[in-house]
Design a protein around this ligand. Sequence first.
Ligand code: AP5
Ligand code: ZN
Length: 214
Amino acid sequence: KRVILIGPPGSGKGTQSPIIKDEYCLCHLATGDMLRAAVSAKTPLGIKAKEAMDKGELVSDDLVVGIIDEAMKKPSCQKGFILDGFPRTVVQAKKLDEMLANQGTKVDMVLNFAIDDTVLEERITGRWIHPSSGRTYHSKFAPPKVPGVDDVTGEPLTQRKDDTAAVLKSRLEAFHRQTQPVIAYYAQKGVVKNISAEKPPQEVTSEVQKALSS
Ligand code: AP5
Ligand code: ZN
């Protein structure tokens, strides 16, 4: 299946996608993770993206479309994929549709992680990540076995630079202004399914699995 996850910052996209990826054996592409890796490696792409990311604004459509175009060429992405964090503007959605149309395919399903804005600050400010694997923890909702340490590798966890209450405000603004129209764009095509993202993680996982198997 070709699946897109859309939802505001902290809605659980990054928490759910590795689980569905393992189960459905799809390729998982998260533009935020790819951009953060580029920023920390100080590649030309990372240098261009850093300022917008630090402010909680979207990076340019051209940059992210370029990343996705390149990544989708991987053989593991030919039969299906999960996109987390892309497309985030209608321009990006149209580019993606064009790319897929060239291969004779299309987006099968868009999972809309619906959640109230008021819940998100606590989720975002309590988040801890293991950068190399993308594993995500939360100091209250999903604590690691040892505080500050990844369960699997024992390596240190870090916090994202944009995970502050102030930057969250701009990220939410960008979501409502630029990304919500993407949901409407796919709703017109009849491929959107709503997920109640405010439920506990395991319940969200079951909803996602149910949607994917329908
Ligand atoms: P990106 O990395 O995509 O960030 P985001 O969209 O703001 O989303 P998050 O990663 O914050 O949320 P999530 O839904 O993955 O939450 P998670 O599962 O971790 O993008 C970052 C930046 O990159 C953007 O601001 C932009 O600058 C740039 N960018 C990226 N893509 C772009 C694009 N296409 N175009 C332009 N610019 C782009 O969960 C959060 C926390 O909550 C965790 O601690 C988790 O443990 C906890 N949690 C998860 N689920 C639950 C639950 N059900 N109950 C309780 N706690 C939960
Ligand atoms: Zn994420």
